[in-house]
Design a protein around this ligand. Sequence first.
Ligand SMILES: *[C@@H]1O[C@H](CO)[C@@H](O)[C@H](O)[C@H]1NC(C)=O
Ligand SMILES: *[C@@H]1O[C@H](CO)[C@@H](O)[C@H](O)[C@H]1NC(C)=O
Length: 429
Amino acid sequence: MRAEISQSISKAVKYIFVIYVAASLIYTAHHLYATYSAGNADISLHRPSLQRDSSPVVEHPIEAKKETRLDKQIVWVNEQGVDQNMPENFMLSKVFSDAMGPSKVIPYYFKAQAAFDVEDITIATLVTQDRFPVLSRLVTHYQGPISVAIHIQDDESHEEILADLHELYRANPLMKEYVDLHLIVDKFDRQFNMWRNVAKFFARSDYIVMLDVDFHICTDFRKSIRQNPAVMDKLRSGTTALVIPAFEFVEQPDGLDWKTFPTNKPDLLQLVGDEKIDMFHRAWKKGHGSTNYTKWYESDAVYEVTDYNFSYEPYVIYKKEGSPWCDERFIGYGANKAACLYEIYLSGIQYEVLPHDFLIHQTHYYPESERAKERAYNRKLYDNFREEVCLRYARMFIEAGDWESPRAENLRLECHKIRAFRTAIKSLS
Ligand SMILES: *[C@@H]1O[C@H](CO)[C@@H](O)[C@H](O)[C@H]1NC(C)=O
Ligand SMILES: *[C@@H]1O[C@H](CO)[C@@H](O)[C@H](O)[C@H]1NC(C)=O
């Protein structure tokens, strides 16, 4: 079901993208008085309302939702050129219908001014207020397309967050140049997978890298991939997700200053040899172990992940279109990213590891208390989810006549480990 939904959504989105441009034009003409629009990157139009300066029309975008006449519209146009409007909010409520709601998604609250190549790689990430400075650094460092989802708690605190955000834009002009920033305004915290989907949905290039903002990009993977036709073909095919191996300093204080981080593989290997740096989360081998670090140390070419584990949660670059979305029922800590990557894997996408590129986690301190409860909850959810995804995709492969195809191989091998699946599949095939 969800796979079908995702498919039809991505089809619909192709269509809407074209229509949306037309709609914006029509709509802008009709509503020149509208205070913000999807295509606008001018910070001055978005001043948070708490900054009371005397300049005219600075309506607060979040407050605009109350003004239904100003609600943006999606326009559906049929072959005969007949159009039909639909409120954008209604459309988006369907797009993110598995998440908790109601939720107000404001796409392109800030829109990047730089022109991007469609074949570029967009960093899709989510950022909380305490990580704003880290985002700014990432932008300065990457200088490529970035699509960011920011959650804004729907209470008094939103003015402070927005003020911080505007300050961030003022302090770093590159933000305006490279970042598409989307807001999610609701009462629900830590809907990580929904936020990830927002960042992916509104990314404007064909490929995205699903990245945690805390990671420092040590090498120019964007360049190394785009200059390598064979690797680009893998991305284009939509059947490969490229893994960028992630590392972490053994002593947390060593990971505080990115300026001291290695920028090439030989330097990194030196630190590995000195036992100063290791795979990310070495205490939780399942998370990144499938990358096979010992193999990576010796590799000079892209290689395939052969020992996939359902807890595997690497940072990957993959094609936006045709790849599964992150299941939005995972809320809070634990299993959320693994669930994304599980569905991507079962859909027939292969993980292949980049031999020369890597990321390093930048140390920061966070409270652990909330996490334990959420982890227990999500562990249970993930057990059920795997069974469900296996059945859903098995059925899809069978009905499409692809059950014996290489595309279904990941599923056949991985799902076979689930006893309930083995029983159920007998009645299907
Ligand atoms: C991978 O997953 C299996 C369960 O399928 C588990 O028993 C095993 O320990 C995991 N391997 C690693 C390297 O974590
Ligand atoms: C990791 O790679 C090494 C070297 O290529 C290989 O010998 C080993 O079997 C691999 N480990 C796993 C778990 O696949």
